[in-house]
Design a protein around this ligand. Sequence first.
Ligand SMILES: Cc1cc2nc3c(=O)[nH]c(=O)nc-3n(C[C@H](O)[C@H](O)[C@H](O)COP(=O)(O)OP(=O)(O)OC[C@H]3O[C@@H](n4cnc5c(N)ncnc54)[C@H](O)[C@@H]3O)c2cc1C
Length: 306
Amino acid sequence: MTNEAYRFALDFYAQNVPEGFFQKGLVRIPKDEKDAEKFAAYEPFIDLPYQKVSSGDFPHIAPEALRWGAFYFDHAAFVDPMTVAKKLTERIDTAWGVDAKPSYTEGVWYVGKFSAPNIVLATGAERLPLEIPYLSIGGVWGERVDVRSAAEIPVTLHQKLSVSANVEGVVRIGATHVRNDPRSEIERVNQLIVDAIALVPALADQRILRIYAGHRASVSDHFPLVGTIADTDASKKALGKPPKSLKPENETIPRNPGCHIVNGFGGRGFVFGPLMGKMMSEKILSQTPIDPRVSADRYLLRFLRR
Ligand SMILES: Cc1cc2nc3c(=O)[nH]c(=O)nc-3n(C[C@H](O)[C@H](O)[C@H](O)COP(=O)(O)OP(=O)(O)OC[C@H]3O[C@@H](n4cnc5c(N)ncnc54)[C@H](O)[C@@H]3O)c2cc1C
């Protein structure tokens, strides 16, 4: 699913937001010897073009980081999130700074000045604005940092952290995963930079430009969550404890009319977003069932079976 979403995303950004899309390639480096063994196990499942590389292929990367080799994906890319967000909302009437509290009356959803027959809850790790008893969305806090540097970094690398290619003097470094961490934000960001310099020594000249932080939203199986919300009470009555043969997207699941969700992208929102958005729009516009692997119904069925 991730690979499928990734291929779709590459085309999507190239076509729709070329100005925010940087196809610089990616060197994926094992963290240690144990991780290098795992890389060998992953290999049969990589259905994307790649090359195996070693130190010497990328002189900007510290040779000791490449002692177990690495995989190089030359089509890989990164995006500038704000450029993408601005472009995609260009022709959409948008209100900012609104704490949306949607309400529903006679076939119409209302949020502030807006009204529509369909609403998509895309609220990330924050509390859902409507009660959905069968969904519990968690969040992992993280920081990343943009630095200014003259370092020659032609390709992005990912090891225990990512260091982007240098585009117009800006290098993106990330990210932290904060769980019960007593350190301050600036201490964690400093550590990111220290780790980045260990991978790319020429980054020693860096100066911090900007720190970004936020929650990565996820559900317990760490897969995206897409689809039309079910009416929980009506589902309990109609389906009881559903048999294993009842699958997500089954037509007998009672629905909350016009209420949809797109969430749970974890640390891969820029990869999953475009394909999941396409699925959501096709569901709303032409009732095309959502791929059962990401359908939010999987959580309704687990909830009813408990
Ligand atoms: C440090 C860090 C690094 C990351 N790095 C990567 C990466 O390299 N690649 C990648 O693919 N992904 C990465 N991600 C993950 C990516 O940012 C997310 O997957 C993506 O932003 C999810 O998009 P979203 O729109 O679903 O949710 P969000 O981006 O969380 O957006 C949800 C929005 O809804 C708003 N909202 C919530 N409730 C309401 C309400 N009631 N009314 C109005 N607004 C509301 C929130 O304020 C928020 O702005 C990273 C995340 C973090 C934190």
